[in-house]
Design a protein around this ligand. Structure first.
Ligand code: ADP
Ligand code: ADP
Length: 232
C-alpha cells in the first residue's frame, strides 16, 4: 500500500543543509494500523507531510498503491492527494461556520458532486462515527471528541486508501482519546482503510499493529504488535 524507500530530506540553505530525514525506508501493507513514534523534532511531521504529498523529499521514493509518486508535478500530487488520502490533525481543522455535515462533505464539493448527494453521503458517514444526531451542529457546539469524529468522517468520505493522522488524540482528554482510538481501530477494520498515525505516546502506539520509531530523522526500531490473545 505504502512504500517509502531511502527517503532523505533537509531544511536550510543548500550550503548548510540540516538533515531532518535520513535514509528512511519502510513499507506498510493495506489495512494496517501503523504508529509513527518518536520525540518532538525527530522528523515525524516531515515524514507525514512527504507521504501526504504536501512536501517533497530531496531523495528517495514514495509509492502509493504500487505507483511511484511524481513530486515534480503539483497537479499530479493534488490529484493523488484527493483521490487516495485522508487527513486528520491534532487541531481538527474544521471550518467553524459550517455545520458538521458540510464539513464532512467538503472533499465531495471539491469533486463536484451535487449537494443532495453530498449531504446524503455526509449524513451516512456521520452515522458511522456515531454522530448522526449532531449533523447540524457547528464545531463550536461540539465537544473535542465529537469534533475529531467529524474530522474523521471528513477524512473518510472520499474513500481514501490511506489515512494520515497527526497526533489525532493530542488535544483530547485521556478518556476521549481512548474512545477516538477505538473508533480509529473500528474504522480501520470495518472499512479496511490503512492508517498511519503519528504520536509521541507509547501507550497509544502500542494499540496499533505496528510501531515505527524515529530518532533524529532515522528509524531506530520497527516492531509488529503481538497478535491479540485469543480467548481460551
Ligand atoms: P516531529 O514531527 O517529530 O516533531 P518535525 O518533522 O516537525 O519533527 O521536525 C524535524 C526537524 O525539522 C525539527 O528540527 C524542525 O525544527 C525541522 N523543520 C521542520 N520543518 C521545517 C521547515 N519548514 N524549515 C526548517 N526546519 C524545519
Ligand atoms: P498540529 O498537530 O501542530 O496542530 P496540524 O496537525 O494541524 O498541526 O498540521 C500539521 C501539518 O498539516 C502542517 O504542516 C499544516 O500546514 C498542514 N495542514 C493543516 N491543515 C491542513 C489542511 N486542511 N489541508 C492540508 N494540510 C494541512
Amino acid at each position: 500500500m505504502l512504500e517509502v524507500t531511502n527517503v532523505g530530506k533537509a531544511y536550510g540553505p543548500p550550503t548548510q543543509p540540516i538533515p531532518v530525514l535520513k535514509d528512511v525506508s519502510f513499507s506498510i501493507p493495506r489495512g494496517a494500523f501503523c504508529a509513527v513514534l518518536g520525540p518532538s523534532g525527530s522528523g515525524k511531521s516531515t515524514l507525514l507531510n512527504i507521504v501526504g504529498l504536501l512536501d517533497k523529499p530531496d531523495s528517495g521514493q514514495v509509492m502509493l498503491d504500487g505507483v511511484a509518486v511524481d513530486y515534480g508535478s503539483a497537479y499530479e500530487a493534488a490529484r493523488l492527494r484527493n483521490a487516495m488520502l485522508g487527513f486528520v490533525f491534532q487541531s481538527f481543522q474544521l471550518l467553524p461556520r459550517l455545520p458538521a455535515w458540510q464539513n464532512v462533505a467538503l472533499p465531495l464539493l471539491y469533486r463536484g458532486i451535487p449537494r443532495e448527494q453530498r449531504k446524503a453521503a455526509a449524513l451516512a458517514m456521520l452515522e458511522r462515527v456515531g454522530l448522526a444526531d449532531r449533523s447540524h451542529h457547528r464545531p463550536t457546539e461540539l465537544s473535542g471528541g465529537q469534533r475529531q469524529r467529524v474530522a474523521l468522517a471528513r477524512a473518510l468520505i472520499g474513500e481514501p486508501s490511506l489515512i494520515l493522522a497527526d497526533e489525532p488524540t493530542g488535544s483530547l482528554d485521556s478518556i476521549t482519546a481512548v474512545e477516538v482510538m477505538a473508533l480509529l481501530r473500528h474504522l480501520n477494520r470495518s472499512l479496511d482503510v490503512t492508517i498511519l498515525m503519528v504520536t509521541h505516546d507509547r501507550d497509544l502506539a502500542a494499540q496499533c499493529d505496528r510501531q515505527i520509531e524515529f530518532l533524529d530523522g532515522r528509524i531506530i526500531s520497527d516492531s509488529v504488535s503481538p497478535a491479540a490473545p485469543r480467548p481460551v
